[in-house]
Write a protein that binds this ligand. Structure first.
Ligand code: ADP
Ligand code: MG
Length: 486
């Protein structure tokens, strides 16, 4: 599923490595006790430490460390017993310390692996290079005054996990599959909310091109790509730009570029001359971080079932197809909903169809999420039980579902109120067949002379008479018997 570019000189392969910044879910910041929730009023969540007042000392938040370990375990990664916080020095108006506390030579999490799902059902393993903890910077605001910029320090000091991948991705499709899977794992673990629009998950995309089999080419790093769509567009633009450059005999420069969604292009942001020398050194205010023995195992015990495990279990235990299982595990709440419906309705395949096609279809059309579903899992299970025990047909069930969705009523109530119970009485169905056949003697004759297509016509007529309530299986058998003269 690799992206290949046809150039003047042959076929080019696109190589991608990702650096993802994921904001840690924690009540307080990495080194201070100020709040860390999104959406607070400007500068409402800033302590003296975050504002870098002289003499303030950082105090490590245990919860943030736990979340990083949890994430490392979810990425099947090596957890390092000792890691070191270092100062990454640079000037930014929204970075009052003049440095960011990060991890450099000794990150808390080492090598790991993520399995990504490709659209054709195949999977591919992508190497994780490392995960380290670091502080976020504040935010400069330029659009509220004609001549002044403001600084909001709410984000200053919030804990980030930087998750770095190996250059194992081969184009836009794999890159977005990687981000989706990573986001899913973070959400399952409860370590990051994964909201790219709110900036709590941000991706830097490293792009290079090469002829298949050659060594890696020079990469450009694209910053500020904040949606899956933008990641795809930026990769398409940047890889094509590099192929054109190389084929014109010009070099690709290793630099940081920005994605401009309006112009649909990447632009150079920092050239090599201005390349940063961060002068990393161990932060003298913080001791090396040594994990208490046994802690990692304690955290391992509390890991939830992760998306891939759930997917395989759904296929094995519930007999679902890969496609159905993949759709149902996409969100934890969706998977839980499905399993609650199965408990009541007792038919996993039927449930998968109803959840995916009817319920998610209806919610999607309304722009609603599953959390706001007007139909509860138990109630959908109730509807499925009615189909299973032949109280209603699958076709009538769709009308009942629409009513449940609109009113929040239970299936059984609607079936009783509207008299939708399916007719399963043989004598009753036979009587209806007789009356329809009597009304259409010419068609009966034509059918018996070999025009079998008329069978559907008779079914339609009888269903019309019963308001669709005749049991379809019984109707078919009995009608066939009658027409064939048995
Ligand atoms: P830096 O610290 O300069 O950002 P790293 O070695 O940490 O450099 O690499 C950053 C990212 O670049 C990683 O995600 C890595 O996979 C990716 N990367 C490295 N080489 C290439 C390449 N040739 N093409 C695409 N991505 C690459
Ligand atoms: Mg980098």
């Amino acid at each position: 599923m690799a992206d290949l570019i046809q150039g003047e000189t042959g076929t080019w392969e696109v190589v991608i490595g990702m650096e993802v910044h994921a904001q840690v879910i924690a009540n307080t910041k990495l080194f201070s006790n100020a709040g860390a929730t999104f959406g607070a009023a400007q500068n409402e969540q800033v302590s003296m430490v975050d504002a870098a007042m002289p003499g303030m000392l950082p105090v490590l938040n245990e919860k943030c460390v736990e979340q990083a370990i949890r994430t490392g375990l979810g990425l099947n990664a090596q957890i390092n017993e000792t890691s070191v916080f270092e100062r990454k020095n640079y000037f930014y108006p929204d970075l009052p310390q003049g440095y960011q506390i990060s991890q450099f030579q000794h990150p808390i999490v080492g090598k790991g692996v993520i399995e990504i799902d490709l659209p054709d059902g195949a999977t591919k393993e992508i190497g994780i290079t490392r995960l380290h903890l670091e502080q976020d910077a504040g935010k400069s605001i330029h659009d509220q005054h004609p001549t002044k910029s403001y600084v909001d320090l709410n984000r200053s000091g919030c804990a980030l996990m930087e998750i770095v991948s190996e250059p194992d991705l081969r184009g836009a499709e794999e890159a977005t599959a990687y981000l989706s899977k990573l986001r899913m794992i973070l959400r399952y673990l409860g370590t990051c909310d994964g909201n790219m629009e709110e900036g709590s998950m941000r991706a830097d995309v490293n792009v290079s091109v090469r002829k298949p089999g050659d060594a890696y080419g020079t990469r450009a790093e694209i910053k500020n790509v904040n949606s899956l769509k933008a990641v795809q567009q930026a990769i398409h633009f940047e890889s094509q730009r590099q192929v054109t450059l190389i084929e014109e005999g010009k070099p690709v420069i290793q630099e940081t570029r920005l994605w401009d969604p309006d112009k649909q292009e990447t632009r150079s942001m920092r050239s090599k001359e201005e390349a940063h020398d961060y002068r990393y050194f161990p932060d003298p205010d913080l001791l090396p971080l040594k994990l208490r023995s046994g802690w990692v195992d304690e955290i391992r015990q509390t890991l939830p079932e992760l998306p891939d495990q759930k997917k395989h279990r759904f296929m094995k235990e519930h007999g679902l197809s890969l496609y159905d299982a993949t759709v149902l595990i996409a969100e934890k709440i969706r998977a839980a909903y499905f399993e609650t419906v199965v408990e009541t309705g007792k038919d996993a395949k039927l449930t998968a169809n109803w959840v995916i096609n009817e319920l998610l279809g209806a919610l999607n059309k309304d722009g609603k999420s599953l959390a706001d579903s007007p139909v509860s899992a138990a109630d959908l299970g109730g509807l499925i039980s009615l189909i299973k025990d032949d109280t209603i047909s699958g076709k009538i069930a769709k009308d009942v579902f629409a009513e449940m969705y609109a009113t929040g009523k239970q299936a059984a109530t609607i079936v009783e109120e509207k008299g939708l119970r399916q007719v399963t009485d043989i004598a009753e169905i036979e009587a209806m067949i007789e009356s329809v056949l009597a009304e259409h003697p010419d068609n009966v004759q034509a059918y018996r002379a070999g025009k079998d297509k008329l069978f559907g016509f008779f079914v339609g007529q009888i269903m019309k008479k019963t308001g669709g309530k005749a049991n379809p299986g019984m109707l078919n058998t009995l009608l066939k018997e009658k027409l064939d003269g048995k």
